[in-house]
Design a protein around this ligand. Sequence first.
Ligand SMILES: Cc1ncc(COP(=O)(O)O)c(C=O)c1O
Length: 416
Amino acid sequence: MLSEELALNGGPKTRETSFPSVGNSSGRDIGDEELALLTEVIRSGALGRHGGTMVPQFEKEYAEHAGVKHCLAVTSGTAALHTAVGALECNPGDEIITTTITDMGTIIAILQQNHIPVFCDVDRRTLNLDPSKLEALITDRTRAIIVVHLFGQASSMDAVMEIAKKHDLYVIEDSAQAHGAKWDGKDVGTIGDLGCFSLQQSKQITSGDGGIVISNNDELALNARNFHDKFYDRSGENRGVLRLGVNYRMTELQGAVALAQTRKLGSILGRRRTTGELLTSYLNEVDGINPPWVHGKALHSYWIYALTIDEGVLGCTTAEFAQAVQAEGLPWGTGYAGGIPICMYPAIRDHKAYGDSNFPWSAGRDVQYVEEDYPETAWAQANTFVFSWNEGITESDVKDMAKGFRKVADHFRAKA
Ligand SMILES: Cc1ncc(COP(=O)(O)O)c(C=O)c1O
């Protein structure tokens, strides 16, 4: 059977109109509920977290949603991670292991506390840190692991926790992309010592910017709370400022929106999962396309839908396939976060965190970053197609995506 002419070669486009976007109301569930709470804040005249009601209520309801004892609202996901690292009270030059595929916020948190980031290659099936490569990276300066649940899929937490326990390391779960994702029935962020989330515009729930730290550990949770609030002790004991902190206090305006969004989280996740899984069911039928591989213990929360292609079956390169798919009106991209291991960004590779001081690397071991140490990351960055999933995507949008992918795959297979 002759395959349909590709849009790239002058054939009809699969999709003429744009898809719902996380960047605006087409793909977001933001409206009257947020407006009502925001109006309450404005009318109250109390816009700051101290003396306000929205931020504490948001913290209470988010903690209930995640099933965790303590929840702290902060100003961004980066702030959440910095606060979590600050709560550990480690020393300059101590090492924290994390993954090669993440947002810069993960690394900023490590460097801002003057620790040295050490990078673990990923498992190409999930793009999450590969726990089988973790132990080789542990030294006598290692204090913690920051595990990232990339795109909304939980990392392999059993293996990570076992290694952390064996070596007496803290675990911070960077769940910035993974509100509502689960590992073995537990919400991500509740398995390690501290969990961090982002409320930035593209996340499953948003307050424009914002962040959350959760924990079941009383001491770490108190440390985090003090750290984010200039390390003032608000307990009434008036012990003075015990350590260096920051001001990452969330405003009541962000709190109001975050609270309304938290109340919708269940329904938002339901919609994202239904359409994400529907696309997977269609793509499972297309030879040469691999939908996301989801671990048996993981429940995906679809921040990004990521797939790979089998170049051998399709007889084309990923770049050729991407070009053809984009021409069909499907705006899928490759090369998440710059398309390189994050430690190859000049600021990290060249040890340029603070002027030309070489600090904090100068305070510890001589840690160098070499691209060849991360072969799976290079493969994943070159071969993964990504699309920012959102709650506005409909069954008909999914059908168009599946149709476009099938058309392009059929075309290349017919030529192969
Ligand atoms: C894995 C990861 N960590 C940290 C962050 C930082 O969050 P924020 O942008 O809210 O500071 C992000 C944001 O995209 C992220 O995806």
